[in-house]
Design a protein around this ligand. Sequence first.
Ligand code: CP3
Length: 342
Amino acid sequence: MAERNVLRVLKGATAFPPPIWMMRQAGRYLPEYRATRSKAGSFLDLCYNPELACEVTLQPIRRFGFDASILFSDILVVPHALGRDLRFDEGVGPRMTPITAQEIAGLDDDGFHVNLSPVYEAVRKIRSELPEKTTLLGFCGAPWTVATYMVAGRGTPDQAPTRLFGYRNPEALDELLNLLADLSADYLANQVDAGADAVQIFDSWSGVLDEAAFQRWCVRPVARLLARFRARHADVPVIGFPRGAGLAYNSYRQQTGVTALALDWTVPFAQAKQLQAVGAVQGNLDPLRLVAGGAALEEGVRAILETLGDGPLIFNLGHGITPDAPVEHVDQMIRLVRGAQR
Ligand code: CP3
């Protein structure tokens, strides 16, 4: 069998038209997702049900024929498997009990991988049902991004609670980030053992830190995670997504050792080209162009293909698709990408 096209590009090959998938491609913009989601009960019930998680993972593949499929789960199952409470309130997002410095010292990873066994089972099931040519991506949250939810107990616009916590309790935050890095490395390695071809690390909140904090809380833990992951899977591509990292995207790849970079939509093309000279890039359509459709969508797609199409590119959004994106606009985007001529 020829190597799957997303994997080939992740390893540095150029393909035109480029392969395409979307962050959050299994989600509320799809009627079939909403139907399975209500059958499952809660969002977390869906994440821990291998049959239903497999079903929603496959829905966007069946409907759109994307080149890559991403495991359906959430980054917050990692703290949940560590014994932290977690719930998803309808319309408001994740809620956890904020962790204290004392509680960090007492975190116990006994049972961690047993708690996550439904995720591993979902990966095996997805791989057995996916088309042969479709790349399967596993994922986790980066230690900093996961820690922001553990410390604040919720999403915040600027992660002020966790930045303050880190300035006041630097040793405790380092300890938490190190634990998350080691457990996440094993979690990703187990996903690969179960059938994932490559993995993505979501560092959604890396854009709120000053230079020293970015180094200590983002780069250092992700480098630690990569080193431990590489000891088990030296050649499996890793996509890093330090959303909002701006100029620091360059040093993030160099210092963490990720294979490829997912670019948010604010990364200028001149910088994206420089990054692409070193390895594959993925992105970076503004998800709101997909909501708007029409000329806004056409211009956005064309600009990406024209500037990045002659190097290793995986077409994607610059962040997850939003629930209000019309399915017809997704169809239109795929037609624009797959019908492109050089
Ligand atoms: O991309 C995919 O299709 C795979 C599944 C996936 C989900 N979450 C499903 C989900 C992935 C890769 C994630 C990652 C994730 N989860 C991140 C990093 C990426 C990013 O978007 O920045 C973060 C920060 C989370 C935490 C999280 N989960 C939040 C803040 C929310 C609420 C926001 C919202 O959109 O409601 C979730 C819930 C969530 N995770 C949903 C889905 C499909 C919606 C919940 C629902 O169906 O009710």
